[in-house]
Design a protein. Structure first.
Length: 450
């Protein structure tokens, strides 16, 4: 882990970013449209009119989908960073209609048009000069450095307080025969998340790994993990260990309404509140997983209802769409498996984008560290091998160079996906010890920046 300091001090990402604010207008009569930028990146999108659900943004592109035969005009303010004076703009569309894209500022206007009809994918590449109006902003949200870890309180065994197998038996696995629904085997063996002895051991190991608190996913009162959270909070009070909650609304059964979401959050924070609950600016810290799986209008109504009910939270959104940036108090990645281990350039793109967004708005941004991803227990999808620690150590210099205020360990004990730092029979304490080194390095460098 040595050598991080020199890397960080030399990193260009530590200097203020140059931003460019432009008004973007898109007219499309095609069923789908993609506007992609070769060098510029979108830090933030705001003032969208109308707020159309079929419009999605990525750091390097605008995507629009609509029913065949419809046309739509959308206007928004876009904050770019990076880029060359001469920009290459790629506009793709479906086989019908046309697309007109216009950028404007007080200094000038750029207007381009794609009206090709040569097949199912009609692609035009434009060389354009953007109006040259830039400004710097390097707002810093003051937070003492912390390392948090996602902690899953959803496991149960017949011989523990739960009285039955929970989660260890997913996807047809037979834990009573030693066949666990997990990529690796816990050093403790299959355990019950409601067992006070197990929770105390986890807290002790977390402290050994340099972890300052747990973030517990809450799936509502009707889910078995509710009692797991209750047991954890009781033990955390005894051990003096901080914690916060995460709400993975898209994973809830059925279609959750903003009103139902407010009810869940208020009840959970009422039941599980304590002096150890982590607060930012005096508000309870709350994470919202997979935020852009729900619409912008959902979140605006959700927070409006929450505030009108008398509750304020410090919200951390998990999204990759720049149009969600103003909705939440901060942003984070949970587990960027979609970036793939080998795509270091793409990883850098997304992490730099999250930093650019945070610096532009003066909001915190938290980045993940994870040892690997092996979803072999339930399905055989994408896997990111641990590579004897290389997946983790290769990611760390990039993340720390972007000056995150906090690190998020993804995860302490998500055994189904093989992302755990918790000691296992396969790896022993290797990854927990590695995490401790990373935590100490991160906190030391964060103090230097302060």
């Amino acid at each position: 882990m040595r050598g991080f300091l020199a890397f960080i001090l030399l990193s260009p990402f530590l200097f203020p970013l140059q931003y460019q604010k432009l008004t973007l207008r898109i007219y499309s009569s095609s069923d789908w449209t993609v506007v992609r930028f070769a060098s510029r990146r979108i830090a933030l999108c705001s003032r969208m009119k109308p707020d159309y659900p079929g419009l999605r943004l990525l750091p390097d592109a605008v995507l629009l989908n609509q029913p065949l035969g419809q046309s739509r005009k959308i206007s928004m303010e876009v904050y770019f960073y990076g880029g060359r004076a001469q920009e290459k703009l790629i506009v793709e569309k479906g086989y019908v209609g046309e697309v007109v894209v216009e950028f404007s500022s007080p200094l000038g206007r750029v207007k381009i048009k794609n009206d090709l009809h040569q097949g199912t994918i009609n692609r035009k590449v434009f060389e354009v000069s953007f109006p040259d109006e830039e400004f710097s902003r390097d707002e810093y949200f003051p937070l003492s450095p912390r390392v948090l870890s996602f902690y899953y309180p959803w496991y149960g065994t017949p011989y523990g307080p739960s009285g039955r197998w929970i989660h260890w038996d997913l996807c047809g696995h037979k834990p009573w025969e030693g066949d666990l629904a997990s990529a690796h085997t816990p050093l403790l063996g299959p355990y019950d998340s409601r067992d006070p002895a197990v929770i105390r051991q986890h807290i002790l190991w977390a402290k050994m790994g340099g972890i300052d608190g747990f973030v517990l996913p809450c799936f509502g009162k009707d889910n078995s993990s509710w009692e797991g959270i209750r047991a954890f909070v009781k033990a955390a009070k005894q051990e003096g260990f901080p914690y916060a909650l995460s709400f993975p609304f898209p994973d809830y059964p059925g279609l959750l309404s903003p009103e139902e979401g407010v009810s869940v959050v208020k009840e959970a924070l009422r039941v599980f509140s304590s002096p150890l609950y982590i607060r930012v600016q005096g508000k309870p810290l709350v994470f919202f997983y997979a935020s852009n799986a729900l619409s912008r209008s959902f979140w605006r109504r959700f927070f409006r209802l929450l505030r009108s009910s008398g509750m304020e939270v410090f919200s951390m959104g998990n999204y990759t769409d720049p149009s969600y940036g103003e909705i939440f108090d901060g942003g984070y990645f949970y587990l960027p498996i979609f970036l793939r281990e080998s795509s270091r350039e793409i990883q850098s793109e997304y992490f730099t984008w999250l930093r650019a967004l945070g610096k532009l708005l003066g909001k915190p941004y938290f980045f993940p560290v994870f040892p690997g991803f092996e979803k072999t227990a339930c399905g055989r999808g994408l896997a990111i091998p641990r590579g004897k620690g290389k997946t983790l150590t290769n990611l760390i210099p990039l993340i720390i160079s972007l000056s995150p205020q906090w690190l998020l360990d993804s995860t302490f004990n998500e055994w189904h996906e093989g992302t755990e730092f918790e000691p296992s029979r396969e790896y022993g304490f290797y990854y927990l010890e590695l995490l401790y080194s990373i935590s100490q390095e991160f906190k030391a460098n964060a103090q230097i920046r302060r």
